[in-house]
Design a protein around this ligand. Structure first.
Ligand code: UD1
Ligand code: MG
Length: 458
């Protein structure tokens, strides 16, 4: 644990530019709320404390911060005001305070560490008794800096951060942008905050004004430079889409580096928590929702959609298969096209290769599920389980009415509707018997032809 570090994550803004009833930081990136990405980066630093700042009506945001503490900012009066709201939760903490924004999900622990190092490095004109710089802010260069505050430098020192709408024409030409992450000397923080004013275009208390205040007191401020792609701030739906694209690109590279073959990487969608074993092969246009784990040597063919699924080693899935939570495939299981599984365990070596719905099921090892099989798990009120033993054979187009238990090595011929338990080694039919009428086809054909001819004369 880093006892000299506390992190404040701001998430109390109104997020008006999203035009959404959902708080901005709960919009998802790679399958999880954007705030989870920010928290994961903060947690990687092992700080003594993480405090989230939330709005009073945002219980869902506070819940997303759990188990970390939250402070409430009564009204969104600016990023500086939000940090003031967090101060009581820090108590007499006097180490470094890292302020992060909840709307910047691509941030990495690596950059946060670099920023802390810059803050702690002794400034050239150090005031007596003061450790390091008053603060260090993270910046990046952008070809389109319009959405961001700009760094005004004096030589290498940071002397001011100015928001676009408060900037002069010359300042608007600056391409060095404020990323929104700031490492501040915690001992100086309360004093600096107490001097904040809201004389600006938005009538807000800007955190960025701490720079001018510190410089006015004779302390130095510094900055570190990062990549624009890492500090994309999400204020609009278009920026949300851009962040999603950047996160997907990052996750794909990470998967390939870990030994996964992506046949057409740009079409594969991953979640932040997707986990792959070695030598996995993924076809084009596969979507991984949250909670998917893929074992070694698995092949997932094109156009599959998976969420909440655990896929055992060397299983083959797809093309066009769907797995819903909570699905488990045993080793070397096969799931083919247009098969949907939900809350079902298809055990090792079992197969469901064509057109089936398998909901709330437990299917024994090496059992074969025929084309068109339906687990009838829902009676309109409740969901029921279908359990099938090992080495069974379920013929095509069977309807298995749950709750139902079918024993080991049972054989169910095609087209059966099975509603009673079947003991091991039985053959269980459940369909109308076939009736044969020898020689009757020619007569039937003549009758139908005559009827068609009469109709065409009318
Ligand atoms: C802010 C920065 C800007 C920077 C940009 C980077 C300021 C004044 N501006 O602008 O320099 O380039 O981020 O993305 O700091 N929040 C609160 N309470 C408030 C206001 C905001 O908690 O009263 C939170 C928001 O929920 C958000 C974060 O602070 O997570 C940033 O607020 P936002 O309104 O998005 O600031 P920007 O205009 O993007
Ligand atoms: Mg923002």
């Amino acid at each position: 644990m880093d006892r000299s570090l506390a992190v404040i994550v701001l998430a109390a803004g109104s997020g008006t530019r999203m035009k959404s009833v959902l708080p901005k930081v709960l919009h998802k990136v790679a399958g999880v709320p954007m705030i989870s990405h920010v928290l994961a980066a903060a947690e990687a630093l092992k700080p003594a404390k993480i405090v989230g700042v939330v709005a009073p009506w945002q219980d869902a945001v506070a819940a997303a911060f759990a188990p970390h503490a939250t402070a409430v900012q009564a009204r969104p009066r600016g990023t500086g005001h939000a940090v003031m709201a967090a101060l009581p939760a820090l108590g007499d903490f006097a180490g470094d305070v890292l302020v992060m924004f909840g709307d910047t999900p691509l941030v990495t622990p690596h950059s946060l560490r670099r920023l802390l190092k810059a803050r702690r490095a002794a400034g050239p004109a150090r005031a007596p008794g003061k450790r390091g710089h008053a603060l260090a802010a993270m910046g990046f260069r952008s070809a389109d800096p319009r959405p961001y505050g700009r760094f005004v430098l004096d030589g290498k020192a940071l002397v001011r951060i100015v928001e676009t709408r408060d900037a002069s024409a010359a300042e608007r030409r600056i391409d060095l942008c404020n990323a929104g992450v700031m490492a501040i000397d915690g001992a100086a923080l309360p004093g600096l905050l107490s001097r904040l004013a809201n004389r600006n275009a938005k009538r807000e208390y800007y955190l960025t004004d701490l720079v001018t205040i510190a410089v006015g007191e004779g302390r130095r401020c510094t900055w570190a430079e990062g990549e624009e792609a890492e500090f994309l701030g999400i204020n609009t739906r278009a920026e949300l889409a851009a962040a999603e694209a950047a996160m997907q690109a990052r996750l794909r590279v990470r998967a390939m580096e870990a030994g996964v073959t992506l046949r057409d990487p740009s079409t594969v969608w991953l979640s932040a928590d997707t986990r792959f074993g070695r030598d996995v092969v993924i076809g084009p246009s596969v979507v991984f929702g949250p909670g998917v784990r893929v074992g070694d040597g698995v092949e997932i063919l094109g156009f599959c959609y998976l969420e909440g699924a655990d896929i055992g080693r060397e299983a083959i899935v797809g093309p066009f298969a769907r797995m819903r939570p909570t699905t488990r495939l045993g080793a070397r299981a096969h799931v083919g096209n247009f098969v949907e599984l939900k809350n079902t365990n298809l055990r090792q070596g079992a197969k469901a290769n064509h057109h089936a719905y398998l909901g709330d099921g437990d299917i024994g090892p090496r059992t074969n599920i025929g084309a068109g099989t339906i687990f009838v798990n829902y009676d309109g009120y409740a969901k029921w389980q279908t359990k099938i033993g090992a080495d069974a054979f379920i013929g095509s187009n069977a309807s298995l009415l749950a709750p139902l238990e079918i024993g080991d090595r049972v054989y169910v011929p095609a087209g059966s509707v099975i509603s009673n338990p079947v003991p091991a080694d039985a053959v269980a039919f459940g369909r109308a018997r076939q009736v044969d009428k020898p020689g009757m086809a020619p007569g039937l054909r003549r009758k139908l032809q005559a009827r068609a001819a009469a109709r065409s004369k009318r």
